[in-house]
Design a protein around this ligand. Structure first.
Ligand SMILES: O=C(O)C[C@H]1C=CC(=O)O1
Length: 96
């Protein structure tokens, strides 16, 4: 199942810079592992914002929820999710 996810990061302005740097490093490591595994299909920065548009490929809504909750930055993100299904005019027959 494919999901379009918008993540907006809102770190507290008074967060210890070392803690923020560690959270971002941990997030990057997991994000890159999930991309290599095919779970996190797309990751795009939204220009001008500390936010991203992503596409996740997971077996269920529960799996998406579990994946998002394990992200180190999860407590500091607003997350919006839209389920995706195949468009009848799409030429990409492998998208599902
Ligand atoms: O920077 C972000 O958009 C938040 C998050 C998503 C991947 C990552 O490394 O950090």
């Amino acid at each position: 199942m494919l999901f379009h996810v918008k993540m907006t990061v809102k770190l507290p302005v008074d967060m210890d810079p070392a803690k923020a740097a560690q959270l971002k490093a941990d997030e990057k490591e997991l994000a890159q592992r999930l991309q290599r595994e095919g779970t996190w299909r797309h990751l795009w920065r939204i220009a001008g914002h500390y936010a991203n548009y992503s596409v996740f490929d997971v077996p269920s809504v529960e799996a998406l929820h579990d994946t998002l909750m394990q992200l180190p930055l999860f407590p500091y993100m607003d997350i919006e999710v839209d389920g995706l299904c195949r468009h009848p005019s799409s030429i990409h027959s492998d998208d599902r």
